[in-house]
Design a binder for this molecule. Structure first.
Ligand SMILES: *Cc1c(COP(=O)(O)O)cnc(C)c1O
Ligand SMILES: [Zn+2]
Length: 559
C-alpha cells in the first residue's frame, strides 16, 4: 500500500473497440465482448494528488519502475530488472544549430541494458509473464526485442524461442543466442516470420508475445513519456512542472513506441500532470513505409508492403495492421506527421550524428534523424518547437556497411624501421606520405556549433586538414599562413564580415586564386548578390548542411 496512491487498486483492461472492461488477470486473450485483440490498461488512481506523487517520485531511484503506480504489475517481487529506463535526455548542439532548432533533445535509449528501448518492453513483459506463471515464450523479432527478451528471460528463468527473418544481422541473432535463446532463422520476410512463430507457438502450446496486442509492451513504451515530461520539466520549467514536447519522433516499424508514448501523455493529461499532448513524427524507411503511404493517400487502413526494400531489418514490418489505425487517429486528432527516409539518407545521418554529437546510433534511429531533417526543411517542425527524438543503437552490426573499406590509415614500417633504434627518416617519410594526401580547408564561421558541424561533415568525407576561424580578421590571418585549397565562409560576422574577407582575398595575389564557398543563413538582397557574383564559387543556405549535395559540391571544389 502506498500512502499517496492506493496501489492496491484493481488494474483493468479496456477494449479499444467496444470499451468493455475486464480485470487484468491470467492470460486475457482479447475482448470477451467483441474479440478485439488490443486492450489498454486502465489505472483507477481516483483523486490522485499530483503534487504528492511528484514529490514521491523525486525521492525514488532513477528507472522505469519508479512509475510503478501506472505499470501492470501487482507484486513488486515479480519485477525482473536490469536497471532499465531513466535514460538521459541529451540536448543537441551541432545538429540543432545546423537545422536552426532551439530545443532539440535526444532521448538516449542506447543506454539501456541491451542498447535499445526494447529493454523497457522486456522488463515489463517478462515481469508480467513471471507474475502469471509463464515459463516458456515464443517471440518473433527483427533483433532488438529478441535480444532484450532473451536477457530478461535469462534472469527470470523463462525459456525463449526467438524467430528472426533472414534480414536480421547475424550479430544480433548471436547476441540473443548468447543469452540462451533458441534462435530460429526464417528465410522470409518479417511478416512471414511472425506467422511461422505464431504457428509454432500454437502447435506447441507456448505463450506468444504479440507485440501491439500485448498490454505490457504498450505500458512499457509509455514510461518514455513519463520520463520525457519529467526531464523536460527540469530542463525548461526549472522542475516546477512537467512539460510535454511539441514533437516526439521515432522510426517506426510495428508502431508500439509512439502508441505507448501517446498513451502515456494522455494519462498524464488526465491526471493533470501535463497540459497538452505532443504531435507525433512517424518516420519509416522508404523501402518499407506502409503507414506513410497510407497517410499520404488519406487512408486509415494501410496496404501491406509485401516485399520490404530496405536493409534496415528493424523497420521491416510490411503490415502494420491495427497499430497504424491507432496512430492515424491520434495524428488526425492531436497533430503529427508521417514521412519516410531512404537507407542512404539514414547512413549519412548516422555518420553526421556520430561525428557531431558523439552519438552512434543504429540505422533504425538514423532513419528518424533523416526524417527530422526532412520535417525541418518542409517547415513542419518550426525553429521554436521542442523536439524529442527516440534514439537507440547497436551500431556494431552495421559499422562495416557505413564505414566501407577505407576507414583506417596504415603506416607501413619496413623491417629496417622495426629495429630498436627507429631511423627517424623512415617514420617521417611514412607520415609525410599520409600527410601529402591531405587537402587544406579554412572555415570562417562565428557560430561555434555551426563551424564544428561543417568541420565534422567534411572530416567524415575525407582526409582534410581543417582550420577554423571565428571571425573575419582571424580568418584572413589563417588563410595567409596555411594557404588552403578552399575557404568556406559565413557572411554575417561581427567586425570583419564575409564580404570584407572575400574582398581582401580577391585583392591579394596569392589568396585571389583560392576557391571560396559562402554559407549563409541570410536571404541575400539583390545588391549583395551583385557584390558576390564572380567573386565566389558557390553559395549555400544554412540548414542545407546535412545535404548530400552540399557535401558533394563542397568536396568537388577541391579536386
Ligand atoms: C523496435 C524498434 C523500432 C520500431 O519500434 P516500433 O515502435 O515498434 O515501431 C525503431 N527503432 C529501434 C531502434 C527499435 O528497436
Ligand atoms: Zn470489445
Amino acid at each position: 500500500m502506498d500512502p499517496v496512491l492506493d496501489t492496491n487498486q484493481e488494474i483493468e483492461l479496456e477494449c479499444i473497440n467496444c470499451h468493455t472492461r475486464v480485470a487484468l488477470n491470467r492470460r486475457v486473450a482479447g475482448c470477451p465482448n467483441c474479440g478485439e485483440n488490443i486492450l489498454e490498461a486502465r489505472y483507477d488512481l481516483g483523486s490522485i494528488d499530483v503534487a504528492a506523487w511528484r514529490e514521491k517520485l523525486r525521492k525514488r531511484r532513477e528507472g522505469l519502475w519508479r512509475y510503478r503506480e501506472v505499470l501492470p504489475i501487482y507484486d513488486s517481487n515479480n519485477i525482473i530488472s536490469l536497471g532499465e529506463g531513466g535514460t538521459p535526455l541529451i540536448k543537441s548542439r551541432a545538429l540543432a544549430a545546423s537545422l536552426g532548432l532551439k530545443h532539440l533533445y535526444i532521448k538516449d535509449e542506447r543506454q539501456g541494458p541491451t542498447g535499445s528501448f526494447k529493454d523497457r518492453q522486456a522488463t515489463v513483459a517478462i515481469s508480467a509473464l513471471k507474475e502469471i506463471g509463464v515459463n516458456e515464450i515464443v517471440v518473433a523479432s527483427t533483433g532488438n526485442v529478441a535480444i532484450a527478451y532473451a536477457a530478461y528471460a535469462a534472469r527470470a528463468n523463462i525459456r525463449v524461442w526467438a524467430f528472426f527473418p533472414s534480414l536480421t544481422p547475424g550479430d544480433k541473432m548471436r547476441e540473443a543466442a548468447l543469452y540462451g535463446a533458441e534462435v530460429i532463422k526464417v528465410t522470409g520476410s518479417y511478416d512471414q516470420t511472425k506467422e511461422i512463430a505464431a504457428q509454432f507457438a500454437k502447435a506447441k502450446g507456448i505463450f506468444l508475445d504479440r507485440g501491439i496486442k500485448s498490454v505490457a509492451a504498450i505500458e512499457a513504451m509509455k514510461t518514455m513519456s513519463y520520463e520525457i515530461a519529467e526531464q523536460l520539466g527540469d530542463e525548461l520549467e526549472d522542475g516546477e512542472r512537467w512539460r510535454t514536447p511539441d514533437w516526439f519522433l521515432q522510426g517506426v516499424s510495428g508502431g508500439m513506441g509512439p502508441i505507448g508514448v501517446s498513451k502515456g501523455f494522455q494519462e498524464m493529461l488526465g491526471f493533470g500532470m501535463v497540459d497538452k499532448l505532443p504531435a507525433l513524427g512517424i518516420i519509416q524507411s522508404t523501402g518499407c513505409a506502409p503507414m506513410v503511404e497510407a497517410f499520404n493517400r488519406g487512408q486509415r487502413i494501410a496496404t501491406p508492403v509485401e516485399n520490404p526494400q530496405t536493409i534496415i531489418a528493424t523497420l521491416a514490418t510490411g503490415n502494420p495492421g491495427r497499430a497504424y489505425e491507432l496512430l492515424y487517429d491520434y495524428v488526425k486528432l492531436n497533430g503529427g506527421h508521417f514521412t519516410s527516409a531512404s537507407d542512404e539518407e539514414a547512413f549519412d545521418a548516422t555518420v553526421i550524428l556520430a561525428r557531431t554529437e558523439g552519438i552512434s546510433v543504429e540505422p533504425a534511429t538514423a532513419v528518424t534523424f533523416a526524417g527530422l531533417i526532412h520535417m525541418v526543411r518542409e517547415g513542419v517542425i518550426k525553429p521554436d518547437d521542442v523536439v524529442v527524438v527516440n534514439c537507440s543503437g547497436h551500431t556494431i552490426a552495421v559499422e562495416k556497411q557505413i564505414l566501407g573499406d577505407h576507414w583506417e590509415e596504415t603506416v607501413e614500417l619496413t623491417d629496417k624501421d622495426k629495429v630498436v633504434n627507429v631511423p627517424e627518416e623512415g617514420l617521417l617519410s611514412a607520415l609525410e606520405q599520409v600527410e601529402s594526401q591531405v587537402r587544406r580547408i579554412v572555415i570562417i564561421e562565428d557560430n561555434v556549433d555551426a563551424a564544428r558541424l561543417i568541420k565534422r561533415i567534411l572530416q567524415a568525407r575525407g582526409n582534410y586538414d581543417i582550420h577554423v576561424a571565428h571571425d573575419g580578421a582571424q580568418g584572413i590571418e589563417i588563410i595567409r599562413e596555411v594557404r588552403p585549397d578552399l575557404v568556406v565562409t559565413d557572411l554575417m560576422m561581427p567586425d570583419v564580415d564575409g564580404f570584407k574577407v572575400i574582398e581582401t582575398m580577391k585583392n591579394d595575389k596569392i589568396m585571389a586564386k583560392i576557391p571560396i564557398v559562402v554559407v549563409t543563413a541570410k536571404e541575400l538582397t539583390a545588391k549583395e548578390r551583385q557584390r558576390l557574383s564572380g567573386q565566389i564559387d558557390m553559395l549555400l543556405q544554412k540548414g542545407s548542411f546535412i545535404d548530400e549535395e552540399f557535401i558533394d559540391s563542397l568536396v568537388s571544389r577541391l579536386h
